[in-house]
Design a binder for this molecule. Sequence first.
Ligand SMILES: Nc1nc2c(ncn2[C@@H]2O[C@H](COP(=O)(O)OP(=O)(O)OP(=O)(O)O)[C@@H](O)[C@H]2O)c(=O)[nH]1
Length: 320
Amino acid sequence: MAFFQKIKDAFARNKDKDKYLSGLSRSKKTFGDRLRALSNNFHGIDDELLEEIMILMLESDVGIHTAQKLVDQFEKEGKNIKNYDSMEDYLISILYDFYDPESDPQIRYNEDGPTVILMVGVNGAGKTTTSAKLIEYYKEQGKSVAVAAADTFRAGAIDQIATWAQRLDVPCIKGKQGQDPSSVLVDACRYAKENDIDILIADTAGRLQNKTNLMKELSKMNRVCEKEIPGAPQEVWLVLDATTGQNGISQAKEFLEATNVTGIILTKMDGTAKGGVVMAIRDLLHLPVRFLGLGEKPADLRPFDLNAYLIGITKGLEDE
Ligand SMILES: Nc1nc2c(ncn2[C@@H]2O[C@H](COP(=O)(O)OP(=O)(O)OP(=O)(O)O)[C@@H](O)[C@H]2O)c(=O)[nH]1
């Protein structure tokens, strides 16, 4: 069976089909539609085609380093491919194998108490909105959720997350602007233990200007969480704005130096043609993409599904 058919069958079971496809439509225009245009003049995998594919990847923000690896792989095994459809199918399989979803660890949930998820990322990446989306996501799953307003640095951040918490009807543990965020976290962890909270989402400050301070602050947050709840934070998710493409990768590297990030959430995927950044994240950061932000509303977050993503950026489900 053709590779695309396989991932399409897997995708058919995804209840978020429409959301994924519409959210990735810009990325599809840059990558999939332009790839398809190559079918008009296809005569095998030659230098001209390799160059076109390289350009497509660069324009989708795969990044030069990762794009080169993918094109090399594609060239190595694809010599005997003589028709366009097989070439397209083969390229999608290369992207799939490169991401290799089976190698992702499962999200760590605490079996014996609250699971603490620390949200990190620069200001404006969509951290607060994503925290709200996660509240909605876990509530939908029947979990009890609370949020810690641990961004005590940015004016307005506490109110912003508190407003979301109120709207989504979950408790928000907050301090005052300028307060040590770790003390807010301690209060939030205690609250979570005492009130049988399943998921505690901690919205932290997004400072990058001073890496030493960031490191200190994040390691303190990690320490106090662990002291209150063994193994916490179970997850540290770095929120990256997909529209920033390769710049997001440099930002991410700084956060990775400062703390033990366990996964990436890519926001604003609906607003960008730079969907290829997923491949760069995998290649350069070696981290799982956990969720995609596909809109501004609390319901617009989806767990990352490689099949859905590849279909979304390449062919969509045109024949349906
Ligand atoms: N289209 C779209 N917009 C998004 C998405 N995620 C966030 N946004 C928007 O991006 C803007 C910034 O989001 P915030 O959540 O305020 O950013 P932030 O990272 O929390 O900022 P700080 O609190 O300063 O760290 C807001 O206008 C959000 O509505 C998304 O997935 N899609």
